[in-house]
Design a protein around this ligand. Structure first.
Ligand SMILES: Cc1ncc(COP(=O)(O)O)c(C=O)c1O
Length: 386
C-alpha cells in the first residue's frame, strides 16, 4: 500500500468556482474573496473576517494591529509550529515559551496563570488549539484561559491553524478571543493551496488589518480598479504588507468551505477507528479529548510512544515508512530550535511535557478520503510493531 500522510479532498465546486474567476478576467482579490470572508465570519460567529495569503500573515497582522511592538513579551506554547513564535520577532517582540499539558498538547488555564505570576508585563498570549481541539476558553467559575487573560489585561490571539471547524461549549473557535487566525495551507482541514483567514469582533483591529494587508493603502485594490470615480487615487497611511488572498485561492476556499462539516465528520471517523483499534496497545498514549468528538476538527492524530516501549519513535517512523505509510511529527518544540534556544538561553527541563511529547510523538494519517481498509492496514501494521 501507499498511504500518504496528508491528502487533499477535491470533489466539490472547486473547478466551477476557479473557472468563474478565470472567466471574470479578474484573478486577484475581488468578489470570491469577499464572499469567502462574509460566509466564514457568519459561520464562526465573528463580526469581521479578512482573507489573507497564509495563517502566518494573519498572525503577523493580528499582533501588529493589537499593538505588539519592540521588547513586548508574549506567551506562546513551545509545542507549536515556528510561525506562532516567529511573527513576534518580526515586530521585535519576545516570545515567553509555555509548557503544555501532556495528554492534549494544549496550554491549560493553570499554565497561563502560573506564567502570569512568574513573568511581569506580559502583553498577550498566542493560544494554539493544538491538533484541532480547543483549549479551555471559559469555565463557569471564570477560570478559563479567556477569563484569566481578560482579568490580567492580556490580549489573546488564537492560532487556530488546526482548528476549523472546532467548537468550545457549543461556540465555534473564531468567536472567542480578540483575534483568531486560521490556516488554509494544503494539508489543513480546508485548503486554498496557501491561505489564511483572520477574524475579529473589534472594528479597530479589522480596519487596521485591512489597511496593513495591502501595503498600508487606504482602500482595496478591488475598489481602486472597479469603482467609477477617481479610481487612480489612493493614499498610503502606513508601510504595510502584501498579504491579500487572490480570488483563484478564494474560489478553492469557498468550495472547500461548503464541505467543511463533511470533512470534519470524515476525520472524526478516522480518529474513532484509531481509538478503537489501538486502545489496547500499552506502549503508546493516544491523544486525550476534553469534550465530544463532534467539537474537534481532527486536523492531527498524534500518538506518543512511551519511554521504554519496544521500539522508539524514530524506529517506528523508519518501520512504518518502509510499509508505505506516511507519518509526521508535531512538533519539535520551539525551545529546541537553534535560533530560539540560543537567543533566549532556553533549556529543555523547563518544558517537561513538551519535551516528553516531542521525544515520543508521531502523527498518523487522518483525512476524509482515508478508507476503512487503509485504516485497518495502518492499525494492524502499528500493532505488529509492539
Ligand atoms: C500551529 C500553526 N500555526 C501557524 C501555522 C502557519 O500556517 P500557514 O502555513 O498558513 O502560514 C501552522 C502551519 O502549519 C501551524 O501548524
Amino acid at each position: 500500500m501507499n498511504i500518504p500522510f496528508a491528502h487533499v479532498s477535491i470533489g466539490g465546486n472547486e473547478l466551477k468556482y476557479i473557472t468563474e474567476v478565470l472567466e471574470s478576467g479578474w484573478l486577484t482579490t475581488a468578489s470570491k474573496a469577499m464572499k469567502f470572508e462574509n460566509d466564514f465570519a457568519e459561520f464562526v460567529g465573528a463580526k469581521y473576517a479578512c482573507a489573507v495569503n497564509s495563517c502566518t500573515s494573519a498572525l503577523h497582522l493580528a499582533i501588529e494591529a493589537i499593538g505588539i511592538r519592540q521588547g513586548d513579551k508574549v506567551l506562546v506554547p513551545s509545542l507549536t509550529f515556528t510561525a506562532s513564535a516567529e511573527v513576534l520577532r518580526y515586530m521585535g517582540a519576545d516570545p515567553v515559551l509555555l509548557d503544555v499539558e501532556y495528554g492534549t498538547g494544549l496550554v491549560t488555564p493553570s499554565i497561563v496563570k502560573d506564567a502570569l505570576k512568574k513573568n511581569s508585563g506580559i502583553k498577550a498570549l498566542i493560544l494554539v488549539h493544538y491538533a484541532g481541539q480547543a483549549a479551555v476558553m471559559e469555565t463557569p467559575d471564570g477560570e478559563g484561559i479567556l477569563d484569566i487573560c481578560r482579568k490580567n489585561h492580556v490580549r489573546i490571539i488564537e492560532d487556530a491553524a488546526h482548528a476549523f471547524p472546532t467548537k468550545f461549549n457549543n461556540k465555534y473557535i473564531g468567536s472567542f478571543g480578540d483575534v483568531t487566525c486560521f490556516s488554509f495551507y494544503a494539508n489543513k482541514t480546508i485548503t486554498t493551496g496557501e491561505g489564511g483567514m483572520l477574524v475579529t469582533d473589534d472594528e479597530d483591529i479589522y480596519k487596521r488589518v485591512k489597511i496593513m494587508r495591502l501595503h498600508g493603502i487606504n482602500r482595496d485594490i478591488w475598489n481602486r480598479f472597479t469603482s467609477a470615480k477617481s479610481s487612480w487615487e489612493y493614499d498610503v497611511v502606513a508601510p504595510g504588507y502584501k498579504y491579500n488572498m487572490p480570488d483563484i485561492n478564494a474560489a478553492i476556499g469557498l468550495a472547500q468551505f461548503e464541505r467543511a462539516e463533511f470533512f470534519r465528520e470524515e476525520r472524526q471517523r478516522c480518529a474513532e477507528y484509531y481509538y478503537k483499534a489501538l486502545c489496547e496497545v500499552p506502549d503508546f498514549d493516544l491523544p486525550e479529548c476534553y469534550g465530544p468528538h463532534e467539537d474537534h476538527s481532527w486536523h492531527l492524530f498524534p500518538i506518543v510512544i512511551k519511554p521504554g516501549a519496544k521500539i522508539s519513535r524514530n524506529e517506528f517512523i523508519e518501520k512504518i515508512s518502509e510499509r508505505g505509510i506516511g507519518v509526521s511529527v508535531h512538533y519539535k518544540p520551539i525551545h529546541q530550535m537553534t535560533y530560539y534556544r540560543e537567543t533566549y538561553d532556553l533549556i529543555s527541563k523547563d518544558y517537561p511535557n513538551a519535551e516528553k511529547i516531542w521525544q515520543g510523538t508521531v502523527s498518523l494519517p487522518i483525512y476524509p478520503d482515508l478508507k476503512e481498509n487503509e485504516l485497518e492496514f495502518i492499525s494492524s501494521t502499528i500493532k505488529s510493531f509492539f
